[in-house]
Design a binder for this molecule. Structure first.
Ligand SMILES: Cc1cc2nc3c(=O)[nH]c(=O)nc-3n(C[C@H](O)[C@H](O)[C@H](O)COP(=O)(O)OP(=O)(O)OC[C@H]3O[C@@H](n4cnc5c(N)ncnc54)[C@H](O)[C@@H]3O)c2cc1C
Length: 446
């Protein structure tokens, strides 16, 4: 059964006067914007978060909920190693049930290619001193119960965990608001005003807020907003589908990827299920923008992408006609996308799940949803204060694995916007890497 995804995870924005000034203005109330507002407010800064739609309405409430260090590009590992201790104490700190479970992350190799890539990734783990190890079949069976089918070996990080995306960003928002941050939904950021090259104000649908600090955390729409500032970001969006089952007998407290399945079993037994790392690309004319950046990975990782020529293309064409979308609103378009799940994933994933874990023979999909994943060509985000626009910080392009990074990125954004430097090295995440020849090819774009 497919249901529309229930958005908004329990935090209601109070009606409040629109501010004329703020220390920091944030575009986007996903987990990045909400976490940044929380840590800024804790530092005593006035933060205003504006979302063109609603709090956690996009990726941040639609994620699978893996909180993993494992399998990332090397550049991201120090950030994730700093994010895990934040997750470990977050429920207590926010006084909010986030369904945090630190049961590890297990990848199971059923092919020689998988096994080789796991062993190669051990070099990254060793470089950073991470607790990842390879497992033999007996050890795999101590992490998952009753798994059938072959396993050449496993890759396991015990300190990894999981949390519920419907709760985390909203929890940050709620506690940020209590600490003084202001949130406005249905209020898009249209651009910025500058004085002498530096940010002087943020132009919104409800008026201009005077500020010298602006954070662009606008998810898959960030490229549109940055374009108004004269900055190019080679960002595209792909559609990821996720499903949830009925409560089932426990098979693992670890997040699991293997045999073409992504599995996260919540404490109540329900499983967040994904049909491998398959994503859909709904072709539009917009995909030609920045295409040159993506061609090498689209080709080398082509088994992950399904391309569709569907209604998205017609809608895109209609929206490009003169007068269809007012010029001033193009930066906000589409305001509140409702991507639909790929219906072919559920039967395929269920069949794989039941055959891999016979104890789950009664599994049914009770809910499925999709989210627009913002991707960059090298599979890692931009977290940067580019010198071209003084006062601007960018945090976007988390390529399908930013939920786990939310707490640490929020903390770093607060450090950067409180007159200081980020406490971690962010040089790998500079925007300029796309233009100065330092961009690295990713292990995986997602
Ligand atoms: C199906 C799926 C599964 C995933 N699984 C995982 C996982 O298991 N683990 C993991 O770590 N990550 C996962 N991710 C990725 C993760 O969800 C994202 O990387 C993360 O949520 C990005 O957060 P964000 O705040 O940058 O963006 P978003 O949550 O997309 O928020 C951006 C916000 O900006 C707003 N906005 C845009 N333009 C403007 C504007 N001009 N003015 C005002 N507001 C604006 C939007 O309305 C939106 O609310 C998954 C994503 C998907 C879709």
């Amino acid at each position: 059964m497919t249901t529309t995804y229930p958005l908004h995870a329990g935090f209601t924005v109070a009606d409040q006067p629109f501010p004329k000034h703020a220390d920091v203005v944030i575009a986007g109330a996903g987990i990045m914007g909400c976490a940044a507002a929380y840590y800024l407010a804790r530092r005593g800064l006035s933060a205003v978060v504006l979302d063109k739609s609603r709090i956690a309405g996009q990726q941040s409430s639609r994620a699978w909920g893996f909180v993993r260090q494992q399998g990332r590009e090397s550049a991201e590992v120090p950030l994730m190693m700093a994010s895990i201790p934040l997750w470990e104490t977050l429920e207590r700190e926010l006084n909010f049930d986030l369904e945090w479970r630190q049961g590890g992350c297990l990848y199971v190799a059923s092919s020689d290619d998988d096994w080789t890539s796991f062993q190669q990734w051990m070099d990254v783990a060793r470089e950073h001193g991470l607790d990842t190890r390879t497992l033999d079949r007996k050890q795999i069976d101590s992490v998952v119960t009753g798994m059938q089918g072959p396993a050449l070996g496993g890759l396991y990080t015990a300190s990894d965990g999981q949390a519920e995306p419907r709760r985390a960003a909203a929890a940050f928002a709620a506690r940020a608001a209590e600490a003084g941050a202001l949130f406005f939904e249905g209020c898009g950021v249209l651009g910025v005003e500058r004085a002498g090259g530096a940010i002087a104000g943020v132009v919104t649908e409800r008026g201009t807020i005077r500020t010298s600090r602006f954070i662009c955390a606008a998810g898959a729409s960030s490229w549109r907003l940055l374009k108004t500032l004269g900055l190019e970001l080679p960002q595209q969006a792909v559609r990821g589908t996720c499903m949830r089952t009925n409560p089932l007998p426990p098979v693992t407290a670890s997040t699991f990827w293997g045999h073409g399945l992504g599995v996260r079993q919540r404490a109540n037994g329900a499983i967040n299920l994904a049909d491998d790392m398959q994503v859909d690309v709904d072709m539009t004319f917009g995909h030609f923008r920045a295409l040159k950046w993506f061609v090498p990975e689209l080709w080398s990782q082509r088994q992950k992408f399904s391309f569709h020529l569907n209604g998205a293309c017609l809608r895109d064409l209609r929206d490009r006609l003169p007068g269809s979308v007012p010029q001033s609103e193009r930066v906000l378009h589409p305001r509140d996308p409702h991507p639909q799940p790929n219906v072919s994933h559920a039967p395929r994933a269920l069949a794989k799940l039941r055959s891999l874990f016979p104890a789950l023979k009664d599994a049914q999909v009770v809910e499925s949803w999709a989210g627009l994943i913002d991707v960059l060509p090298d599979g890692i985000p931009v977290i940067d204060a580019p010198p071209q626009v003084s006062g601007l910080t960018i945090a976007t392009g988390f390529c399908g694995h930013g939920f786990a990074m939310g707490p640490i990125v929020g903390k770093l954004l607060a450090e950067m916007n409180d007159g200081g430097q980020a406490s971690l090295d962010l040089s790998a995440f500079r925007l300029q890497r796309f233009f100065d020849g330092t961009m690295q090819r990713p292990r995986s774009m997602l």
